[in-house]
Write a protein that binds this ligand. Structure first.
Ligand code: NDP
Length: 241
């Protein structure tokens, strides 16, 4: 079995990535990291009874990471894939952005990736194998107005990915980032119909992406055969950039 940990496992993308592994890879043992909200993740775990489990994981907490990783390694003796997916945005123009909007966004999107990578690296080093996929965002390289906090955090995720990839390459661990554009999940819920229409006009494919379309890229980067792909940042944006 390949043990796979996906953070933000109750969100649209986390669920989509989890489902993709479960449906396409019979040897996938998926752990969905969840915090307060867990209804949808519980439903997925019930559907794939035994191959999908939930683990408490507030990604901004070092202690929570340590507990989650030991739960998984006690259950399987290994941890093959980490998908750092949890994240959120709280948009505001910088001039009016309050401290909490800055810190909470940087902490949930960037500190989380630092804690997560640091927590799994010793196990992956011992295995001489590991796959880390960090979910950044197109905002890291093409930031819209109002996302100084989010864009800075996601650009930090890309830089962390590229640096860590060099540090752990000799241990058989790859570290890559994906940069989704607009993907149809709760994260787009604040967008009204007119804003969605306008956004689609700026996308060469004229539509938003689906979680499964990001999941396919994550699954590729996480597979055994992608062992020579590391430090990369893959855009999945319908051609925007
Ligand atoms: P959702 O809002 O649907 O899901 C986000 C998930 O992250 C939720 O399950 C949420 O948990 C979890 N989460 C947020 N902060 C924390 C935290 N501190 N600790 C634990 N869990 C946390 O959004 P998406 O699924 O769309 O987003 C997933 C990732 O993809 C994010 O990193 C996002 O930035 C990125 N992304 C999304 C894009 C899109 O268009 N959808 C585009 C580009 C990037 P809870 O439910 O408990 O709040």
């Amino acid at each position: 079995m390949r043990s796979i940990l996906i953070t933000g496992g109750n969100g649209g993308l986390g669920l989509g990535i989890g489902r993709y592994f479960l449906e396409k890879q019979d040897d996938a043992q998926v752990w969905l990291g969840v915090r307060s909200n867990r209804g949808a993740a519980t439903a997925l775990a019930d559907e794939f009874d035994g191959r999908c489990r939930l683990v408490d994981l507030e990604v901004t907490s070092r202690e929570a990471w340590e507990a989650a990783v030991s739960t998984m390694t006690e259950a399987h003796g290994r941890l093959d894939v980490l998908v750092n997916n949890a994240g959120m945005h709280r948009d505001a123009l910088l001039a009016t952005m309050d401290d909490d909007a800055w810190h909470s966004v940087v902490s949930s999107n960037l500190d989380s990736v630092f804690f997560g990578c640091r927590a799994v690296i010793p196990t992956m080093m011992r295995q001489r194998f590991g796959r880390i996929v960090n979910i950044a965002s197109l905002s890291a390289i093409l930031p819209p107005l109002g996302q100084t906090n989010y864009a800075a955090a996601k650009a930090g995720v890309v830089a962390l990915t590229q640096t860590l990839a060099k540090e752990v390459a000799r241990a058989g661990i790859t570290v890559n980032a994906v940069l989704p554009g607009y993907i149809e999940t709760e994260a787009l819920a604040p967008m009204d119909e007119e804003a969605a229409k306008q956004a689609k006009r700026g996308i060469p494919m004229r539509r938003f992406g689906q979680p499964a379309e990001v999941a396919a890229a994550v699954a590729f980067l996480a597979c055994q055969d992608a062992g020579y792909v590391t430090g990369s940042a893959l855009k999945i944006d319908g051609g925007i950039f």
